[in-house]
Design a protein around this ligand. Structure first.
Ligand SMILES: O=P(O)(O)OC[C@H]1O[C@H](OP(=O)(O)O)[C@H](O)[C@@H]1O
Ligand SMILES: O=c1cc[nH]c(=O)[nH]1
Length: 512
């Protein structure tokens, strides 16, 4: 153990920086863990060590911004720094990697260490990979869900029912929450909607809503805003509602994976912690979606319902068409513009309108706001009479955005490229995964203007030379990259089109 003086570093990451001489005295190398204890306040955390010769002088400890969020220390505070052992959760992660079944206590230890930043990115990735490959059974999924809820805050509404919806994602252009939430709230129900950012896609609901208003709130603020406006659309990662969720998702994002057990827990932990009684889950099914067949979709639906039963929530699942994108727009600004246009009264695109009223309709029927079979009609009426738009404006305003924003105010990126039909024919194939890869190449979801606008959908006729889709990007070099990706992936196939030409290679015509 050594005594060091704090130097707060404005680096948006976790850990501590220690001079190599002090590191030797403590007995740690780069990547080891130390316990750092603020002698003024008694607050302590575990942190990863990086060593330096010059950046931090002997006698000081550099504390990175995210680690200091917990310590709340100031420059000059006296610290005790000592070697820390590897946490037991690493052994449990190893157990999962070897195919073992995790108990409730083991799962809780892993989740606590994720939340407290005790596990490194590599260790969290190992946990995700182990669960992805070995799977979690329903008991393990329940343990994970409960642990994710127990390590954060919960909303506690005095009046019920609390309604919620969630999509498992995996289908591009799935901006329906921007419609479903205001429809449900306009019916007089409460819906405290927390969403993730993109996981496998080109824009999650939290990314989309952020175009219209801030999405970063405390759990207490989420509850207060919901009580006033009937609904909110916020980023779960900022709320301290199931705080492990986002810390897991950031390691899934680069691989575009969503491990089944973690997905069930991620979705249901957010619903449970938000105090939901009635939940609708959207399960898009399609060859390039997260769930490939209707049969698999039904199996997942039964798991969501079972998990809901275990936690005391009534869950209904909608198996939805996930073979092609929802609507025409993929990517943050393009999707927000499309969703707002439906709230403003447009009936196009029909797939977006249809899906939104179907999902909202299930929630309205579950809560008794519509007779059985009439939910979609009631939802459509709330769109037609402008009540859903008014409610959305109220939600935007209460979250601190401009309630007068219109679809026409939101523009895609200024760099664009039209991909033309190579032949006359019908669009016979749309590859969701390829479309997402192209949109991400263009900069989505971080660059809000990046994305794809589909002029034609599956089954539609297209003439040679007509644009099938347009790629948008905020930066020129991103557009070039996305166009190159599109050339390689060919996400849309028109009937009769030449997909590839394979040269003969070695064969030569025989000559005399
Ligand atoms: O990026 P992929 O994996 O497609 O999906 C992730 C999206 O799906 C869910 O949508 P919602 O919150 O129900 O609207 C998540 O919250 C997230 O926004
Ligand atoms: O919120 C979500 C949605 C899909 N998958 C997840 O893991 N979490």
């Amino acid at each position: 153990m050594v005594k060091l003086t704090a130097k707060i570093l404005d680096i948006d990451y976790r850990g501590v920086l220690i001079n190599r001489i002090d590191a030797r005295k403590i007995g740690v190398l780069d990547g080891d863990r130390v316990q750092v204890i603020n002698e003024n306040t008694g607050i302590f955390v575990q942190a990863f060590v990086s060593t330096t010769e010059k950046l931090i002088e002997e006698g000081s400890v550099g504390i990175l911004y995210l680690t200091n969020k917990k310590l709340n220390a100031s420059d000059g505070d006296p610290f005790e720094v000592r070697f820390a052992d590897r946490p037991a959760s690493i052994e449990y992660i190893r157990k999962k990697m070897d195919g073992g079944k995790l108990t409730a206590d083991e799962t809780k230890a892993i989740v606590m260490d994720i939340v407290d930043d005790i596990l490194s990115p590599g260790e969290i990735s190992a946990y995700i990979t182990g669960s992805y490959i070995q799977g979690l059974d329903m008991d393990e999924v329940e343990h994970l869900t409960r642990a994710m809820v127990a390590t954060g805050e919960r909303l506690n509404f005095t009046s019920h029912p609390i309604v919620d919806k969630h999509s498992i994602g995996g289908v591009p252009g799935n901006k329906i929450s921007l419609l479903v939430v205001p429809i449900i709230a306009a019916a007089g129900l409460k819906i405290p909607k927390t969403s993730s950012r993109a996981i496998t896609g080109a824009g999650g609901t939290a990314d989309l809503m952020e175009v219209l208003a801030p999405v970063t709130f405390s759990a207490e603020e989420v509850q207060k805003m919901t009580e006033k406006a009937g609904g909110v659309i916020v980023w779960g990662g900022a709320t301290n509602i199931a705080p492990a969720d986002d810390k897991i998702i950031i390691y899934e994002y680069p691989f575009k994976i969503d491990a089944r057990g973690q997905m069930l827990a991620s979705v249901m932990a957010k619903k449970y912690a938000a105090g939901a009684d009635l939940v609708v889950i959207d399960i898009p099914v399609g060859r390039n979606a997260k769930v490939a067949t209707v049969e698999e979709g039904r199996k997942l639906a039964r798991e969501f319902i079972d998990l809901g039963d275990r936690l005391g929530m009534k869950v209904e699942c909608a198996i939805t068409y996930g073979e092609s994108p929802i609507g025409h727009a993929i990517g943050v600004n393009l999707e927000v513009r499309e969703a707002l246009s439906i709230l403003e009264g447009s009936e196009i695109p029909g797939s977006l309108l249809q899906k939104s009223v179907s999902i909202a309709g299930i929630a309205l029927e579950m809560s008794g706001k519509a007779q059985n079979g009439e939910g979609p009609m009631v939802a459509r009426e709330l769109l037609k009479n402008g009540k859903a738009l008014d409610k959305m404006r109220q939600i935007i305003e209460i979250q601190g955005g401009d309630p007068n924003v219109k679809a026409a105010d939101i523009s895609p990126g200024e760099n664009s490229f039209n991909v033309m039909a190579p032949e006359n024919g019908y669009v016979v194939e749309m590859n969701n995964k390829a479309l997402i890869t192209i949109a991400r190449s263009a900069g989505a979801p971080n660059d809000r203007g990046a994305g794809i606008y589909l002029h034609k959908k599956k089954g539609q006729r297209v003439e040679k030379g007509e644009p099938i889709f347009t790629i948008y990007a905020d930066r020129g070099w991103r557009l070039d990259k996305a166009v190159e990706t599109a050339r390689q992936l060919m996400p849309i196939i028109v009937e009769g089109m030449l997909i590839d030409r394979v040269p003969s290679g070695y064969w030569r015509p025989e000559t005399e």
